[in-house]
Design a protein around this ligand. Structure first.
Ligand code: BGC
Length: 356
């Protein structure tokens, strides 16, 4: 299925290229400095093997972003980019490092940038650098603030964001829990769902909206709930395990644990097991992403469900958008993608669709 989708994507893109290739006259060609024209010739987009792309990932050790960056690379290579012209760097969760990397990419003469921002609330410097250098820029996964996106729109800059609406993932998490039925969740029988939220990093739209909307979905389902503990684990498995272990040792009693992502759901699962509780029976866990280990845990009944955060579609959309800009066409400034609920009833299908 995935191979078929990939094939359709590539064919669509090749058709788009054939069309735009005919339409763009020499004088209209986009964004080449004199140096770059001398280096590669004017017809760079007819031969993608010469195009250089710089990619910054906020932190390489993030499990989900590892899947994302590998997919970006393999999709670029599949389209004809050469490996040595695809530069993917680890911003090591540091804004300073990322800023330096963007400047270095520009100095090296990259033709396009894909940035997974360390601090999505403060990307204006990166945008300005790219715009001044006349280089198309696609932000991925960590959504910049609304006013920043307005700036791209107002100035008609070749800058876009590719990602999903975090509210949707939170809503799906809440529905997965509500659908279990109150009798299976409210084990202390007080008519209220006591819950823990294990959060990503502060100020991140995914953290804020997932935490807010999972509870809103419980409210909308007419279920009463009470937060008994909440803490940040920075999207990391080990930190989540530590956080939840400490909470349980401190006497926190919960019926549900909402995790802002799957890496933290796996850490939570370990903490529950080490505390001698039976995940999926004594307590319900739900995550976001659809990491393989979580899909297995959903299949085995330890994790109630997760939400597929489609890195394949998002990485392809980011690359497609970048090529569209380079072909002198326009893109929407916000390019979305839908989340998908994963529960025991469809987990096998998701596993099969992700198998290469
Ligand atoms: C993913 C997380 C990831 C985070 C990084 C989220 O969309 O669900 O797994 O750690 O992005 O910002």
């Amino acid at each position: 299925m995935k191979k078929m989708l990939l094939a359709i994507g590539v064919i669509t893109l090749l058709i788009a290229f054939a069309v735009t290739g005919c339409r763009i006259g020499k004088e209209e060609k986009h964004k080449f400095t004199e140096d770059r024209i001398e280096e590669v010739g004017e017809d760079i987009w007819a031969d993608l093997s010469k195009a250089k792309v710089g990619v910054c990932i906020y932190r390489f050790s993030d499990n989900y972003m590892t899947l994302f960056r590998r997919e970006i690379e393999s999709y670029l290579v599949g389209l004809g980019f050469t490996k040595e012209n695809i530069m993917i760097v680890d911003s090591a969760d540091s804004e300073v490092v990322q800023d330096r990397q963007v400047r270095a990419f520009i100095d090296q003469g990259v033709d396009a940038l894909i940035i997974n921002p360390v601090d999505p609330s403060d990307v204006s410097d990166i945008t300005n650098l790219a715009v001044e250098a006349d280089i198309p820029l696609i932000y991925i996964n960590r959504e910049p603030e609304a006013e920043e996106e307005v700036r791209w729109e107002d100035n008609k800059w070749d800058v876009s964001y590719v990602g999903c609406d975090a509210r949707q993932s939170g809503t799906i998490q809440g529905k997965i829990i509500a659908d279990l039925g109150i009798e299976n969740i409210d084990l202390n029988g007080d008519g209220v769902i006591q819950y823990i939220i294990v959060e990503g990093d502060p100020g991140n739209a995914d953290t804020l909206y997932r935490s807010e909307y999972c509870i809103k979905a419980l409210d909308d389902a007419g279920l009463q709930s009470e937060c008994v503990f909440k803490g940040y684990a920075d999207w990391e498995r080990e930190k989540a395990e530590e956080l939840v272990s400490e909470a349980l040792k401190g006497g926190v009693e919960a019926e549900v644990i909402f995790c802002n992502n799957d890496a933290m759901a796996l850490g939570t699962l370990s903490a529950i097991e080490k505390a001698g509780m039976r995940a999926g029976k004594d307590i319900q866990i739900v995550g976001v992403d659809a990491l393989t280990d979580v899909l297995i845990a959903v299949q085995e009944g330890q994790i109630a469900g997760t939400v597929f955060n489609n890195y394949i579609q998002q990485s392809h959309s980011a690359v497609d958008a970048l090529i569209t800009y380079l072909s002198n066409e326009t893109n929407p400034h916000y390019i979305g993608c839908d989340y998908v609920a994963v529960t025991p009833s469809n987990v096998q299908t998701i596993i099969e669709s992700l198998a290469r």
